[in-house]
Design a protein around this ligand. Structure first.
Ligand code: THU
Length: 134
């Protein structure tokens, strides 16, 4: 897996962030086991709770394009103030649970970076211990 490429894809996705309410722009790139990548950005709304995070945008895009359980290998996330420096951006709890629906938590990798070069990386199981499933 080319982690730097995945981080670069997340940075590309971030360029499309719609974040007029928080001013915090996030991009995510979701990697499939076959090498396909789905991008997502946060999409905000005047009714704040309607906002969709970048990670779920990427995940829902993948699912809407025919991907499903077991297809996913990793997700990279980058975020920060719209016109400022990147800050560490691990996925929120809702996105962790959304990813857990479709990924093998023991092997699925989650990474984030503030420079597109060095990164922090954890399995989804580390980030979502005792996640709920049916
Ligand atoms: N956000 C994401 O897109 N992903 C995260 O992991 C954390 C937060 C978005 C939601 C909202 O548009 C903005 O960042 C500030 O919370």
């Amino acid at each position: 897996m080319d982690r730097k490429r995945l981080l670069a894809e997340a940075a590309k996705a971030r360029e499309n962030s719609y974040c007029p309410h928080s001013g915090f722009a996030v991009g995510a790139a979701l990697l499939c086991k076959d090498g396909a990548i789905y991008r997502g950005c946060n999409v905000e709304n005047a009714s704040y709770g309607v906002t969709n995070c970048a990670e779920r945008t990427a995940l829902f895009s993948a699912v809407a394009n025919g991907r499903g359980r077991g297809d996913f290998a990793a997700i990279a996330v980058v975020g920060g103030p719209k016109d400022g420096e990147l800050v560490p951006c691990p996925p929120c709890g809702v996105c962790r649970q959304a990813l857990a629906e479709f990924a093998d938590a023991e092997t699925f990798l989650v990474l984030w970076s503030t420079d597109g070069n060095s990164y922090e990386e954890h399995t989804l199981a580390e980030l979502l211990p005792y996640g709920f499933s049916l």
